[in-house]
Write a protein that binds this ligand. Structure first.
Ligand code: ZN
Length: 146
């Protein structure tokens, strides 16, 4: 399991708004589950961007918080074309000069779990992973999918 710390409102856009590309400074060999952590810093300028508004940004939403894990996702692929100056088709969320981490199967947490993050991708403690998994399992039990 790996975790990434993402500034708000971008973390919210992953958890709730269909943002399926996370722009990271580094690539990773990790594939599979990933914790999405909202870092302590907020990208204030981004709060008015059309992309973020279209993603339904709502500062009153519990997942608009900072300093907490707010979702899990599955990391399917990493596109490094942009850092090599090669055009790619990663869509409107992809920034130039960044590795594009492609996320799927995003599960927003019913409530945030306070945790310390790091600027670079990090390895969450087993106790944190267990807390996230227990919360998601309880949510699935309460809301069974048809
Ligand atoms: Zn790309």
């Amino acid at each position: 399991m790996q975790a990434i710390s993402v500034q708000q409102p971008w973390a919210f856009a992953i958890a709730r708004g269909g943002k399926t590309v996370s722009n990271q400074r580094v690539p990773t060999a990790h594939r599979g589950r990933l914790l999405i952590h909202a870092s302590m810093r907020v990208d204030l300028k981004a709060c008015d961007s059309p992309l973020i508004l279209a993603a339904g940004w709502d500062p009153r939403d519990p997942l608009a918080t900072i300093g907490a894990v707010i979702a899990t996702a599955r990391l399917d692929d990493v596109c490094s074309d942009a850092v090599r100056g090669v055009p790619c088709a990663c869509g409107p969320w992809a920034d130039p000069d960044r590795h594009h981490w492609h996320l799927a199967d995003v599960l927003p947490l019913p409530r945030p779990i306070v945790a310390l993050g790091r600027p670079d991708p990090w390895e969450p403690k087993p106790s944190l992973v267990a807390e996230v998994e227990t919360m998601l399992a309880n949510t699935a039990a309460l809301n069974p999918r048809p």
